[in-house]
Ligand binder design. Structure first.
Ligand SMILES: [Mn+2]
Length: 345
């Protein structure tokens, strides 16, 4: 297992030299954040990122993520050019020896929460989700009302996208996903890049949009569409763990047993109602994810890839990017390593 930490590039208030000081963290998870969605990532830019991380005494272990253009998810005629450009980015990763790509296939919205700073009994704040609160968000004004939404869409653009997805149900989305995988995975396989799809977060449809990567059956289905080792998953305990129906250790044993877990996100969630949860400190006892059982299953299935603490709370007065402060994620990294040492020794 390689312990890693997400870094948002030069604009991240947490510098690489601080990440380097978290015990045991050797890998960095990052991306190029200023390339328009759909464009091929220039090899020279990616090379510069690798060099910056290297100079800090760390290794770029994972690209998270190269966004998939909505036209690909919608199956529009423009997708062929966009898929080619995606494959070109993957090829550049391979040429530079970056081994893992984390990506997702969620329509329009990436991970979604309804509260970015829910105050916890200990005074810390955590990300939270409540399906009832989500249903009250008015999208007719664009993404402005959605807490922390990174890709801003104005009302017209968002309205057009939502209308286009009216023609795309879950099965059509699977077809469009298959089209993408059939063209990109062989390239990844040939250049030594492991593709690791991130499960949808939360793992159920939102705003009437289909979401398909929500459970172990979906992991199984997608990895058989193109049955190559490069076609794998990111096991995110927090995303899958938001649904009580997901038996996390069983999912690890199934997909991990086939050698298809290429990256692990470890985070705890506390269920507080039907489709309602908040994020919790990493250790098992603070949430509904049995982190010991998850890591034990990862070890039993021979997991040797990168792992990172996923979102953390904001503690000790820290401010910054929601979910991505330094302190709680650093605590998570050391906890996960302690658990791993206990399991593997
Ligand atoms: Mn995750």
């Amino acid at each position: 297992m390689i312990m890693t930490f997400r870094w948002f590039g030069a604009d991240d208030p947490i510098p690489l030299k601080h990440i380097r000081q978290i015990p045991g963290v050797t890998g960095v998870v990052s991306a190029l954040y200023d390339i328009p969605v759909g464009d091929a990532w220039p090899r020279a830019r990616l090379e510069r990122l690798v060099a910056d991380v290297d100079e800090a005494g760390l290794t770029l272990s994972v690209v998270e993520s190269i966004p998939v253009h909505e036209d690909i998810k919608l199956g529009r005629p423009t997708r062929d050019r966009l898929v080619d450009q995606y494959a070109e980015s993957v090829q550049h990763m391979g040429e530079l020896g970056i081994p893992v790509l984390c990506y997702n296939f969620m329509p329009i919205f990436d991970w979604t929460r309804t509260d970015l700073a829910m105050v916890q009994p200990d005074g810390s704040t955590a990300l939270a989700y409540d399906d009832a609160a989500l249903s009250r968000i008015d999208l007719s004004r664009g993404t402005g009302d959605l807490p922390g939404w990174a890709t801003a869409y104005d009302a017209t653009t968002l309205g057009a996208l939502l209308a286009a997805y009216k023609e795309v149900d879950a099965e059509r989305l699977w077809e469009n996903f298959a089209y993408f995988l059939e063209r990109v995975v062989p390239v990844a396989q040939s250049v030594g890049v492991k593709m690791a799809i991130h499960p949808d977060d939360p793992p159920w449809p939102i705003f009437g949009l289909p979401r398909i990567i929500t459970d172990g059956a979906a992991f199984d289905r997608l990895t058989r569409i193109v049955d190559l080792p490069a076609n794998g998953v990111t096991f995110c305990s927090g995303s899958l763990g938001a649904a009580p129906s997901n038996d996390l250790p069983a999912i690890v044993r199934s997909i991990g047993g086939r050698g298809r877990i290429h990256f692990a996100h470890c985070r705890n969630v506390k269920w507080t109602g039907d489709r309602r949860f908040n994020e919790a400190p990493h250790p098992s006892r603070f949430g509904d994810v049995d982190m010991h059982a998850v890591l034990k299953a990862l070890h039993e299935t021979g997991f040797s890839g990168p792992m990172r603490p996923d979102h953390g709370r904001m503690i000790w007065g820290e401010t910054g990017r929601p979910g991505y402060g330094l302190y709680d994620r650093a605590l998570g990294a050391t906890y996960l390593q302690g658990l791993w040492e206990g399991i593997t020794r």
